[in-house]
Ligand binder design. Structure first.
Ligand code: DAH
Length: 338
């Protein structure tokens, strides 16, 4: 490149910078001319090929070009962010920092942990069982005959003739009684599976907490009532509970347990379908035939059992209108229940 060509290049570059509009355009020209791979550093590198006697004048001209381009760029506001060139300038130390996002327990985990805490004060420990069960534990021992609709292929995920995804946490009752001697006092939180079509209030995979208390001294429905009333109060506040007669194959008598609607306090609203109550659990006195299935003598022991839906409690407690929100892991949602 001759000195004249160099002079011409300088003119063009200065004209381009003068005409540039916007920070992006100025930055693009900075990169083009003085960036690490820009044309002026390339000329400096190529200096060794310039004949020795011309080198000083050429060098001077290149340095002058560089300075003028830099001044022109600076006048245009380039360099506000010098990160690319490795220099840090204009750091505003008064700007707020970037807060790390803190994780939080999922509402389902929170309800399970809180339940375990409440029942532990009443002497309950936590028992566990597998998600894949055999039909004996899930149905037969719970006094549910083969023709019962819950055994139907359209209700239960059967994996094989002798294996299924448990439809309830009640089989953990059977496991607990078969592995222990009375008295037993356990709760069993866990996943359950049903062939339900997912919508705002149904999911094919949900959670339950089972409870079982069996003793060699007489246990009554009043004991069950007091324990569930205490739980309701601790979990939901002072609303109140009511027990309605119901039927379950593995309890006799059986009840359904409603909590007073926390939204309208019983006056009637959309959440409780104007009834003032929300169904939370099934419960009852363990059926003597269940004791028979696990080899316990129904003349010697008595007890109660209950099972409630974790999602249902979470939805009420945190005012969640759609069960699917609990499985989508949208951080905007999870942050609100944290
Ligand atoms: N397993 C029942 C269900 O999924 C709930 C239930 C009802 C559990 C009564 C119990 C009980 O332990 O005693 O609908």
């Amino acid at each position: 490149m001759t000195l004249a060509e160099l002079e011409e290049g300088k003119k063009i570059s200065l004209a381009e910078i003068a005409a540039a509009e916007g920070a992006d355009a100025v930055e693009a020209l900075r990169v083009k001319y003085v960036g690490r791979n820009g044309s002026i550093p390339a000329l400096i590198k190529a200096m060794k090929d310039v004949p020795k006697e011309e080198r000083p004048a050429f060098g001077k001209a290149v340095q002058a070009w560089k300075k003028e381009v830099e001044d022109a760029l600076a006048a245009k506001g380039a360099g506000a962010s010098k990160a690319a060139s490795g220099k840090v300038e204009n750091v505003d130390v008064t700007r707020p920092g970037i807060w790390p996002e803190l994780g939080a327990a999922h509402p389902i985990s929170k309800v399970i942990a809180e339940s375990a805490r409440i029942f532990s004060r009443l002497g309950f420990t936590v028992a566990d069982g597998p998600d894949i069960e055999n039909p004996f534990n899930n149905f037969t021992a719970l006094n549910t005959p083969p023709h019962h609709p819950s055994q139907d292929r359209s209700d239960t995920f059967w994996l094989a003739a002798d294996a299924l995804l448990r439809t309830q946490t009640s089989p953990v009752q059977i496991r607990t009684m078969m592995q222990n001697k009375p008295p037993v006092r356990v709760i069993c939180p866990g996943r359950t599976y049903r062939r339900d079509t997912t919508d705002a209030t149904h999911s094919a995979n949900f959670h339950q907490i089972e409870g079982l208390y069996v003793d060699v001294k007489p246990v009554s429905l009043a004991d069950l009532k007091s324990v569930l009333s205490y739980f309701a109060k601790e979990m939901m506040g002072d609303g109140g509970v009511r027990f309605r007669p119901h039927f379950f194959p593995f309890t006799e008598p059986s009840v359904e347990v409603d909590f007073r609607c926390h939204v309208c306090k019983g006056a009637g609203c959309k959440v409780c379908k104007q009834s003032g109550w929300i169904e939370i659990a099934g419960a009852g006195m363990v059926d003597p035939r269940v004791f028979g299935h696990v080899g316990w003598n129904p003349e010697e022991v008595s007890g109660y059992a209950f099972g409630f839906g974790v999602e249902r409690i979470a939805m009420i407690k945190y005012g969640i209108p759609d069960i699917r929100w609990l499985y989508e892991n949208d951080l905007r949602f999870l942050a609100q229940t944290a």
